[in-house]
Write a protein that binds this ligand. Structure first.
Ligand code: FMN
Length: 199
């Protein structure tokens, strides 16, 4: 288990971040920092002050999302490439599988090659069954709405750190499931490549 840093405050106003918001699909190979990764993961689904609240609202407080981060080769100083799972309660990450799988993710996203150039890729998966147990089919809607909350937090946190991102919904579920080794209860919902813009 690798403990993340506490999130640090950005300098830009909320309004200026909103004005800058756009989807960027060109990344340069510059590394990102461990502090940037920490801020982004906290924004994605962090537990606030030991709980019970998170940075994202959740229907019935059931919290169906899991957040994974793919770290590319030499993408972050002192962090091995691989697939990591975010553990919100301890604000840490755990390695699931070593190796640089960015190209495989890009292929799984219908060959959107720009994804493989991003130093990190966040993947949001949702447990629909947990939500359906309480809400029936409407639970699927709630889980997807929650993923949208998380993705928007990720995008705005990314911008506040001087980085850029692109939300990606076009992918073959089975390819993402296989690459990440997801369980039957984790349906991939969003793929979000993040990095420094190649201007
Ligand atoms: C649910 C969803 C799925 C998306 N999927 C993709 C995608 O697969 N590939 C991509 O390049 N952009 C994707 N986008 C980004 C949109 O193309 C983009 O938001 C839109 O063109 C508006 O541009 P902007 O975000 O820069 O304002 C997606 C956006 C959303 C909300």
């Amino acid at each position: 288990m690798i403990k993340l840093r506490d999130s640090i405050e950005g300098e830009e106003s909320f309004e200026s971040l909103l004005i800058k918001r756009r989807s960027v699909r060109s990344f340069n190979p510059k590394q990102i920092t461990f502090q940037q990764l920490s801020n982004i993961l906290f924004a994605s689904y962090g537990t606030i002050n030991n709980g019970p609240h998170k940075t994202v609202p959740s229907a019935g407080a059931l919290y169906p999302l899991s957040i994974y981060v793919i770290v590319g080769k030499e993408s972050i100083d002192n962090l091995n490439n691989g697939i990591y799972r975010y553990l919100p309660i301890t604000n840490s990450i755990e390695i699931i599988k070593e190796g640089d799988v960015r190209r495989r993710i890009a292929i799984g996203c219908l060959g959107q090659a720009f994804i493989s150039k991003a130093p990190i890729i966040i993947i949001i998966a949702a447990n629909f069954e947990r939500m359906k147990y309480k809400y029936g089919n409407r639970g699927i809607r709630y889980a997807l709405i929650e993923a949208g909350h998380s993705c928007q937090n990720i995008e705005l946190a990314t911008l506040s750190l001087g980085l850029v991102s692109c939300p990606v919904g076009a992918f073959t579920d089975s390819e993402i499931v296989k690459t990440l080794g997801l369980s039957d209860y984790e349906i991939p919902v969003y793929v979000i490549p993040i990095g420094n813009e190649d201007k």
